[in-house]
Design a protein around this ligand. Structure first.
Ligand SMILES: Nc1ncnc2c1ncn2[C@@H]1O[C@H](COP(=O)(O)OP(=O)(O)O)[C@@H](O)[C@H]1O
Ligand SMILES: C[C@@](O)(CCOP(=O)(O)O)CC(=O)O
Ligand SMILES: [Mg+2]
Length: 367
């Protein structure tokens, strides 16, 4: 990579402490941010944050190889209003899920009868715990314009938007770096392990190159809208189990898997140049090669494969699994063929066009 990229470096603060993420990525961040309480109060705050899709490098990134991922214009919206009592009520109409969360006692009390799955509420509770300043009651409304559990980073989008809206409602002015750090802490707390890809993209938006060993998250300046279609299967792979399955394969056949991981690194770096040159043929070819290597890692399924090949037959220049695989979604690169690929994929699964969301988290205040 010969371009100089603006790096998103985390600001150094006092009271440093070390956080280890699952990719032995050590950074110094403060455990206690000093908030400037500005004293104004808002009637209502709404924040939105985009989801993400991985274009190149999933699974290889776990072994320190680079990856390229994009924020997509499928968002989570979180609105916070005052409640007369001191309780915190959460309502996610798209999931027919509602309940009360208690950050002091780390508890969730489900209220909805149609859906009793805590799931996403674990992220909301953890996020509110991080930035819940005063003891005032809050009504939190979450709207999802993003499929949940489909590998598009809905958990990160909800987490980032919740942190942004609740902190602002409680008179805290967090920087994007701080929002991203808190959000990654939430994903680590809820999931036990998490790369920075999802929360970084939900916070900053755009296209990122996650460099070797995740040392730097580098914004890629792509000044054209990459025509992408997402196809979602009904089922969801388990990221932890799939990452473990690749680890076991690498343990069993290091002389086979290591060259595969090195090949993913090489094609990801080639893809940086092809994206910046808008070389449509190479972008597609590199995606298809990446897919072949994901097949070798064993993370493909029959349903994903059907979508991958139908997308190509429908005119996509490239198509591959996006994220952990084992279910979840595919991504297809479809210059001039978005409608054909979307409609054909919709004959077998759910598919939709996405655009790059240059904007990350966004806050609107209604007085
Ligand atoms: N119907 C639902 N109700 C409540 N939580 C859900 C529902 N479907 C999925 N979830 C939860 O939403 C979260 C989705 O996060 P994740 O699995 O990381 O997927 P994504 O790739 O969308 O981020 C998980 O905690 C999952 O348990
Ligand atoms: C498989 C992996 O490379 C990407 C995770 O994909 P997903 O967003 O959980 O579908 C794991 C990781 O980077 O944390
Ligand atoms: Mg997630």
């Amino acid at each position: 990579m010969n371009q100089v990229h603006r790096r998103i470096k985390l600001k150094n603060h006092q009271n440093k402490s070390q956080i280890h993420t699952h990719k032995s990525f050590i950074i110094n961040i403060p455990k206690i941010f000093k908030f400037a309480i500005i004293g104004e109060s808002f009637m209502q705050v709404t924040a939105s944050a985009p989801g993400k899709a991985i274009l190149f490098g999933e699974h290889a990134v776990v072994y320190g190889k680079p990856a390229i991922a994009v924020a997509v214009n499928k968002k989570a919206y979180v609105t916070v209003q005052k409640r007369e009592d001191e309780r915190i009520h959460v309502d996610i109409k798209d999931l027919k899920l509602s309940g009360y969360i208690d950050p002091e006692n780390n508890e969730i009390e489900i209220e909805s009868r149609e859906n009793s799955k805590k799931g996403i509420l674990n992220y909301v509770l953890s996020a509110v715990k991080m930035v819940h300043g005063s003891a005032q009651g809050m009504e939190i409304q979450i709207n999802l314009d993003i499929p949940i559990g489909a590998g598009l980073g809905s958990s990160a989008a909800v987490t980032v938007a919740t942190i942004a809206a609740v902190s602002k409602f409680n008179n805290m002015n967090l920087s994007k770096d701080e929002i991203a750090e808190y959000a990654h802490d939430v994903e680590l707390e809820v999931q036990g392990a998490a790369s920075r890809i999802d929360t970084t993209l939900s916070t900053y938006g755009g296209v990122i190159y996650l460099s070797k060993n995740a040392e730097d998250i580098v914004p890629l300046e792509i000044n054209w809208n990459i025509p992408l279609v997402i196809g979602c299967t009904q089922d969801r792979g388990n990221t932890g189990e799939l990452v473990e399955s690749v680890r076991l394969k690498r343990e069993g056949y290091p002389e086979v898997l290591n060259p595969i991981l090195n090949a993913v690194e090489a094609l990801t770096n080639d893809a940086v140049i092809s994206l910046q040159k808008k070389d449509e043929k190479k972008i597609g070819e590199l995606m298809n090669i990446n897919q072949g290597l994901l097949d070798a890692m064993g993370v493909n399924t029959t349903e994903l494969s059907r979508m991958i090949y139908l997308a190509r037959k429908s005119g996509a220049k490239g198509s591959k699994i996006t994220g952990a695989g084992g279910g979840g979604s595919i991504i297809a690169y479809c210059p001039g063929k978005i409608e054909e690929v979307t409609s054909n994929l919709n004959t077998i699964e759910k598919a939709f066009n996405v655009e790059i969301s240059k904007e990350g988290v966004r806050i609107e205040v209604n007085d």
